[in-house]
Design a protein around this ligand. Sequence first.
Ligand code: PLP
Ligand code: LYS
Length: 416
Amino acid sequence: MDFFQYKHQQLFAEQVAVSDIARQYGTPCYVYSRSTIERHWHAFDQAVGSHPHLICYAVKANSNIGVLSVLAKLGSGFDIVSGGELARVLEAGGDPGKVVFSGVGKTEGEIAFALEQGIKCFNVESPSELHRINKVAGELGRQAPVSLRVNPDVDAKTHPYISTGLKANKFGIEREQAIAVYRQAAAMPNLKIVGMDCHIGSQLTQTEPFVDALDRLLELVDELSGLGIEIEHLDVGGGLGVTYKNETPPDPDTYVQAIVQRMQDRPNLPLIFEPGRAIMANAGILVSKVEFLKQGAEKNFALVDAAMNDLIRPALYSAWMDIVEVDRSLVRDRHEYDVVGPVCETGDFLGKDRELAIAEGDLIAVRSAGAYGFTMASNYNSRCRPAEILVDGDKLHLVREREKLKDLWKGEHKVP
Ligand SMILES: Cc1ncc(COP(=O)(O)O)c(C=O)c1O
Ligand SMILES: N[C@@H](CCCC[NH3+])C(=O)O
């Protein structure tokens, strides 16, 4: 069931009319559905069934404290890529013992912070990082749990900017070197090898690359076992795609089943999943107001009050995101528009060539904007970042206030 749907031609978020939310909190604003977040998380968790596992939501997709607190209450784990994300998880009430720390450039400070908090493990992306973790752990008198992120060299068949599992990508340790690096890790006194990890890219719409990657990892697990190095968990990463337009990704159940089936003869090797987009994308929309309609020589423009600084995916990846009218009861002529924001960049668009029945002052919503929306927002053009509202049935929670002008120069100083 979709928790963003029309009732009497009005777009609703759960039981609240989106136009009421806009009236109360202004635009632009992100609106999230708690039920959708929970349903998506459970879809992963239940699909794994009795195989031991942990769902570690990828915080980068949407790191709002309100969102994280919903997931923490479900008992979710978290995949983080910075000390900042760890701090958010802790603030939201997440369990550090269920946190895996990915990312290619962990600093000494971040490693120390994570060790002190007792995270589940570091997903290590290079031999240099192993040395660094070993050093910091030694200084703190601790043993650091580590898992190597192996780059399995499979083609994820996704946008080149968001593919991560190819030899040409900066992520992970090459498959051919993995055994040697595990041996190095085994010889370091302050490390404890606990797992193996991979993440081959984002917005994948086929199951096959995931299964190929898993098979490649399992070969390595067996080879390591022969060398006396036992892997205690296998982290298959995130990356499951969603439908923005006409993509047909497998649903979480089909994707998870394909992976769990491969694990049937390894019932004691726990799995970790790191979904981000599949949990959050369709749990959120970006609501914006039409400021002006403008007729150009070749195109009609709908100038709206949200821009690339609020939602950069269309500008950055030419990503197509659905744009809909919030109130379809209004009588309007239907025209084709480029939906653009006020930022001074030609690339500032939310959608091109969209048929919409709108007038100045009307509301539109960009759908599937719950993942990589606010987390990639900036203050470019000195624009205040939008409010974020979480809907829970008929209740509204303002989970992030709209930034105020003073927030724009917080921490900056005039020169005497
Ligand atoms: C290491 C890691 N894990 C998980 C994710 C989440 O990916 P997605 O949002 O595609 O599920 C990412 C981002 O692609 C990532 O880099
Ligand atoms: N930010 C990207 C995906 C990158 C995933 C991060 N590893 C998007 O909006 O689609």
